[in-house]
Ligand binder design. Structure first.
Ligand code: BGC
Length: 359
């Protein structure tokens, strides 16, 4: 059902695409009822936050690039990745504005300080799309239901513990970056399930920069205290999950306790296959990038964004996240073409893949 929702969202986006293609490039005045495409030839800047999480360079950037070509073949893409440096992102945004960008598609390193970017853009008549991470005052926001992401992580963790007969014991929470508005939503969603679940949250940490290394160091530092009663770890994404799992293994936690994740990174999916990680959350990045490109073309054209809802007064589209465990890898990431079986089931994972019914 969740997968169906994802596909429906993707279909909806695709349907929206054709309209916007015409609108963004000024080909269909009957549909848009306005003058021919001012968006044509516009410069659009995509500003992504970091490179340690694989999604940005592997999926967000190429999907956005591809979708922008469809939406407005004469538009030019300015691309920058800030490598977790908010000051650098500020400079990249200023430089994009100086280069004449009409729209900034901004995945903010720091949601609060990025309000300055929005204000500077506004002063120059440049529109801002808050991409994945919310920034107050932007013209449009496209993301996933991020509280739901945290709820899926919490619910799946509790379900897996119940399935193994556990109703009490200690948990550790390794959250995302304190500067990322999404991390607060993931945490809120997870707490809404884990608080009062019968399990005890023994330690909790907000991981600076979403750094897998810092997540690992934190887990290592807690192990002596939490190891005796540890039943599971909430990790906010697959990067931090990787760090946590390394620490648990090195610390002799055997068998490994269930660890959550997010992003359906290839290594995360492989850890689920091999039993090292319990779950991840799949967020279909293609429809997200397509939606951002479609609305960038509309905004460059001086038109209103196509939105389904609002968040804090900003027109918004929130897509549906899906929980992934060993049992539905095929029906989610494989079915959606996010990965092929061949990509997941390399020699090292061949036996585990057979056991999981993937090969
Ligand atoms: C994104 C996640 C990502 C994390 C770290 C969040 O804002 O929604 O998909 O794992 O940032 O980059």
């Amino acid at each position: 059902m969740n997968t169906r929702l994802t596909r429906l969202a993707a279909v909806g986006m695709a349907a929206g695409l054709s309209l916007a293609t015409l609108a963004g490039c000024g080909g269909n005045q009957a549909t848009t009822g306005s003058s021919p495409g001012a968006g044509s030839g516009a410069k659009i800047a995509l500003l992504l936050p970091e490179t340690k999480t694989t999604r940005y360079e592997t999926f967000d950037k190429p999907y956005f690039e591809e979708a922008l070509k469809t939406e407005c073949s004469s538009c030019t893409l300015i691309y920058n990745n800030a490598n977790q440096d908010a000051a650098k992102q500020q400079q990249q945004a200023e430089s994009a504005i100086t280069q004449g960008a009409k729209v900034l598609v901004l995945d903010a390193v720091d949601g609060k300080s990025a309000v300055t970017i929005v204000n500077q853009a506004k002063a120059k008549g440049v529109k801002v799309i808050a991409y994945d991470r919310f920034v107050a005052g932007s013209d449009y926001y496209v993301s996933f239901d991020n509280v739901k992401v945290g709820q899926l992580q919490g619910t799946t963790l509790v379900d897996i513990l119940h399935q193994s007969g556990k109703t009490s014991g200690d948990l550790v929470m390794v959250n995302g970056a304190p500067t990322d508005a999404n991390a607060a939503d993931f945490k809120k969603g997870a707490h809404s399930v884990l608080d009062g679940s019968g399990f005890t949250i023994k330690a909790e940490y907000d991981t600076p920069d979403w750094s897998p290394d810092k997540a690992q160091s934190f887990m290592e530092s807690q192990l002596t205290t939490v190891k005796p009663n540890l039943v599971g770890v909430y990790a906010a994404n697959d990067g931090t999950a990787g760090g946590v799992i390394t620490a648990l293994k090195a610390g002799g936690v055997s068998p490994i306790v269930p660890v959550t994740g997010q992003d359906a990174e290839l290594t995360g999916i492989q850890r689920i296959i091999s039993g090292d990680q319990a779950m991840t959350v799949y967020k279909a990045i293609k429809p997200q990038a397509q939606d951002a490109a479609k609305n960038a073309a509309l905004l460059a054209d001086g038109k209103a964004p196509a939105s389904a809802t609002t968040q804090d007064g900003v027109p918004a589209t929130l897509l549906t996240p899906v929980a992934v465990t060993k049992t539905n890898i095929k029906d989610t990431v494989v079915q959606d073409g996010f990965y092929t079986i061949a990509q997941i089931c390399t020699t090292q994972y061949a036996d585990a893949c057979k056991a999981a019914g993937l090969q």
